[in-house]
Design a protein. Structure first.
Lengths: 113, 113
């Protein structure tokens, strides 16, 4: 079954701790993306990667970091520098970026206590 | 920079009635436009997309959308809604580059029995 998996679905962390969200895809897509969703705000782009070992900042990259060591995986770390980390985080992938259709994972809801 | 406006935050429609969700975009060149649907706590599912050609595009679940360049609009329509259509709907645009999608803030669709 091809698709995008995100784990865990719910994540709780204490303030000041870094936390890493997982995103894996078996669609053989080159491009991967991370979005943040807040109520009434739509989705905003955090980071994206068009190819292994390369990634670019999106509109709201401050306080986040990513890595792309494998084509299938694009983990997102929410650092303690992120001022308001509680949100719903969505990962997406597309064949090769640009205008290609993006397919989304089920999301991870992060709550910082 | 590109942007998307969804003027209606909430829309309530009776089951069986027709539906139109509005989307206006701002982009300097020919846009690539998408409509996604999101059920509570879930990821996004692609309904339809417009790249070029016929300005009326058909999607899944009986949805269609019409691209009107003169009005910078890409409104989503359905002739008869079902209770299962209750969800959040997002319009999105992407340019030719690799910057990821720019989303509207979403329209929350409520279906009345």
């Amino acid at each position: 079954d091809g698709g995008i998996t995100q784990s865990p679905k719910y994540l709780f962390r204490k303030e000041g701790q870094n936390v890493t969200l997982s995103c894996e895809q078996n669609l053989n897509h080159d491009a991967m993306y991370w979005y943040r969703q807040d109520p009434g705000q739509g989705l905003r782009l955090i980071y994206y990667s068009q190819i292994v070992n390369d990634f670019q900042k999106g509109d709201i990259a401050e306080g986040y970091s990513v890595s792309r060591e494998k084509k299938e995986s694009f983990p997102l770390t929410v650092t303690s520098a992120q001022k308001n980390p509680t949100a719903f985080y969505l990962c997406a992938s597309s064949i090769s970026g640009g205008s290609d259709t993006q397919y989304f994972g089920p999301g991870t809801r992060l709550t910082v206590l | 920079a590109q942007s998307v406006t969804q003027p209606d935050i909430h829309i309530t429609v009776s089951e069986g009635a027709s539906l139109e969700l509005r989307c206006n975009y701002s982009y300097g060149a020919t846009p690539y436009l998408f409509w996604y649907v999101q059920s509570p706590g879930q990821g996004l599912q692609l309904l339809l997309k417009y790249f070029s050609g016929d300005t009326l595009v058909q999607g899944i679940k009986g949805f269609e959308a019409e691209f009107k360049r003169s009005q910078s609009s890409f409104n989503l329509r359905k002739p008869s809604v079902h209770w299962s259509d209750a969800a959040e709907y997002f319009c999105a645009v992407v340019g030719g580059g690799a910057d990821g999608l720019t989303f509207g803030k979403g329209t929350h669709l409520i279906i009345q029995p």
